[in-house]
Design a protein around this ligand. Structure first.
Ligand SMILES: [Zn+2]
Length: 394
């Protein structure tokens, strides 16, 4: 259990808050003085002629199967035991994550999410705020969920996790087809199906996923060392690498290539839940929060990204809500459609999305809209952007 991550993290979060608050304030000042930018470079003619947001880059992150129950309530008492939660050391788990109040529990589980993302940005799906956020496809498992998130279309015929090249065009590919984003979109995923979901072959987007080596160019000694480590470590999941490797690949891409759209798909939360280990599921959630904070901080230290980058963070599905079914999800398991989305950046108002109902399919158009493009108009079958995620979108 790595909950010692909590200790140094608390202090670092304060520094990040100061930094990002002043950057956001600068962004707000520019909006008030009416700074506008027009995209004249879109060949398809679908870019808006309206003023566009300040966002120039998007960090788009998914955390596989992380339940709304933990996001909003922190550690859930019902699987915190040996029988239903597979917990090996209950005392240690409680020391790490248990508080009597939900705000203490969620803060210790997801410190960056609750200190920064939720206070500086907007969170959808909090039932305490009257929010609702749902999967719109009928299947409630991974490939259909990622397809819905990335294309904006809850296509019921996408009904398998098989390694089939996606016939649909994701918003990543749609952006990649536009001149400002050509060669500036990249993806890292822990699950080895992402090259198919994003259709790396057709889209031309580099997708590094599963146990693929990170040092693809063969010239980075740090990534090469990580690749050797990945070769030597026991692999608990055949088709999902440890999220640490995904995180390090994404971090290196930020520092080396500075993609304008970076998609990062973490996976361990889902796999530890399926394995019936609630302790390791919580541990993975905390570590993922730590990775997200580091990716965000790394971006804020680079001029290409500082004050001009929006984080869009979500999941691919919910899971069951009962003591037994927390492990799994799908059409037959009630609650698997309930999820959450968070957005933080210079164009996003702060505060929870109160009394708002949204769906997973609204994420794709939100990502494009943040970058000044009307994806929903170009792809009418897709859902519109999230209401209230961007100041100019009603
Ligand atoms: Zn999943």
């Amino acid at each position: 259990m790595n909950c010692h991550l909590n200790l140094p993290q608390q202090r670092l979060v304060i520094n990040v808050q100061i930094g990002s608050r002043s950057l956001l304030w600068l962004g707000l000042t520019l909006v008030m003085f009416g700074t506008t930018v027009a995209h004249a470079d879109d060949k398809a003619g679908s870019a808006s002629s309206r003023s566009v947001p300040l966002t120039e880059n998007v960090l788009f992150i998914t955390v596989d199967g992380l339940r709304w129950q933990e996001v909003f309530g922190g550690a859930d008492e019902s699987p915190m035991n040996k029988d239903f939660g597979g917990v090996k050391n209950l005392e240690e788990l409680r020391t790490c994550f248990w508080h009597d109040d939900a705000s203490g529990r969620r803060q210790s589980l997801l410190p960056f999410f609750w200190s920064d993302i939720a206070s500086l940005g907007r969170v959808y799906g909090d039932p305490e705020q009257g929010g609702s956020c749902r999967v719109a496809n009928p299947h409630k498992f991974s490939y259909p969920g990622y397809n819905e998130t990335l294309t904006g279309i809850p296509d019921p015929t996408v009904d398998s996790n098989a390694k089939k090249p996606n016939s649909h065009v994701t918003v990543l590919e749609w952006l990649h087809q536009r001149e400002p984003f050509r060669g500036r979109v990249a993806a890292f995923g822990s699950w080895d199906v992402f090259p198919y979901i994003i259709n790396a072959e057709r889209s031309g987007i580099p997708v590094n996923a599963g146990w693929q080596p990170l040092d693809t160019a063969g010239n980075d000694p740090e990534l090469a060392a990580l690749d050797r480590l990945a070769d030597e470590l026991p692999r608990y999941f055949d088709n999902v690498r440890y999220d640490y490797f995904t995180f390090r690949g994404a971090l290196a891409a930020i520092q080396r290539d500075q993609p304008r759209v970076l998609y990062v798909a973490f996976g361990e939360t889902d796999d530890w839940a399926h394995a019936g280990r609630y302790d390791l599921y919580l541990d993975a959630a905390l570590r993922t929060d730590h990775y997200i904070r580091q990716l965000w901080e790394a971006m804020q230290a680079i001029p290409q990204y500082a004050g001009k980058t929006t984080l869009v963070l979500t999941t691919d599905h919910g899971r069951g809500d009962t003591r037994v079914e927390w492990k799994s999800h799908g059409e037959e398991i009630p609650g698997s459609d309930i999820m959450w989305i968070a957005v933080m950046g210079p164009d996003t108002p702060s505060g929870p999305a109160k009394d708002v109902s949204v769906t997973q399919s609204q994420t794709a158009a939100t990502v494009a809209r943040l970058l000044g493009y009307d994806y929903h108009a170009d792809v009418p079958a897709s859902a519109p952007p999230l209401p209230g995620a961007i100041r100019e979108v009603p």
